[in-house]
Ligand binder design. Structure first.
Ligand code: HPA
Length: 256
């Protein structure tokens, strides 16, 4: 099964398939949001609205562990995530899509591991699945790499923070990509993200940032985003050949 963890603007993908069922999964971390399971051509797809229905949970309050664990329970082996981001580069414009190849984690308060009772250090040198990224890159018009900076939010950034992120090699900044990518790796699930650039980041943007402009771009681009994901899923073969499914091999301390 292929999972989609969607921010706003991607809920329509569910309408492109044949609906099977809606499920809420109980996990040791709490309940998942309502997950729509549907068939897209010959593939089973599970769509999870990251913020739950109606944007209930702001980025720092999302129960990332329950969300990812629920996907694992459903037998999801690959996750395509969508994330709204601000751009740190003039050449990466509002309305563009970017498939990140790395991240910088500036979150502060999130539970970013399933392993609180035993010591597990997963390798995350290449945090996004190489193969899944390639299906997305070949599925449409996207910026094919970039460094995703994740902040704690929910506030936007200061001018000095944006300057620092740029100097550190960041390309785009958002609030929801981490710890999803990390938790997916701990579950040995392939994970890739399509970032939708909704604005230039603070101080690069000539005007005050408003959530209205973020939602306007998302609304404008949602059809393209749905098509991109639809095409990427069509390109995804049944079997995984990437190393993601072995992420825990050599990661557990009591194995050493
Ligand atoms: N900063 C952080 N998160 C965001 C932004 C931004 O500029 N735009 C959309 N999500």
């Amino acid at each position: 099964m292929i999972g989609i963890i969607g921010g706003t603007g991607i809920y329509e993908i569910v309408e492109m398939g044949d609906r099977i069922e809606t499920r809420v999964i109980e996990t040791p971390y709490g309940k998942s949001p309502e997950i729509n399971i549907f068939k897209l051509n010959d593939k089973d797809v599970a769509f999870m609205p990251r913020h739950a229905k109606g944007h209930e949970y702001p980025p720092h309050m999302i129960n990332y562990r329950a969300n990812l664990y629920a996907m694992g329970q459903l037998g999801v082996q690959r996750i395509i995530a969508t994330n709204a981001v601000g751009s740190l580069e003039i050449s990466i414009k509002p309305g563009d899509f970017l498939v990140p190849n790395d991240f910088l984690d500036f979150t502060k308060l999130r539970q970013s591991t399933f392993y609180d009772k035993k010591t597990v250090h997963i390798d995350i040198t290449e945090p996004y699945c190489h193969d899944l990224r390639n299906y997305l890159i070949s599925a449409g018009d996207v910026v094919d790499k970039g460094v995703y900076v994740c902040t704690e939010g929910p506030r936007f950034e200061t001018a000095a923070e944006i300057k620092m992120f740029k100097q550190l090699g960041g390309s785009v900044v958002g609030m929801t990509g981490i710890p999803e990518a990390i938790l997916a790796r701990e579950l040995q699930i392939c994970y890739a993200s399509v970032c939708m650039v909704s604005n230039y980041a603070a101080s690069i943007s000539p005007t005050k940032l408003t959530i209205k402009e973020v939602f306007e771009i998302v609304e404008d681009k949602k059809e393209d985003l749905v098509n991109l994901i639809y095409n990427a899923i069509a390109r995804t073969p049944a079997e995984r050949e990437c190393p993601c499914k072995y992420a825990l091999v050599g990661a557990e301390v009591d194995e050493v």
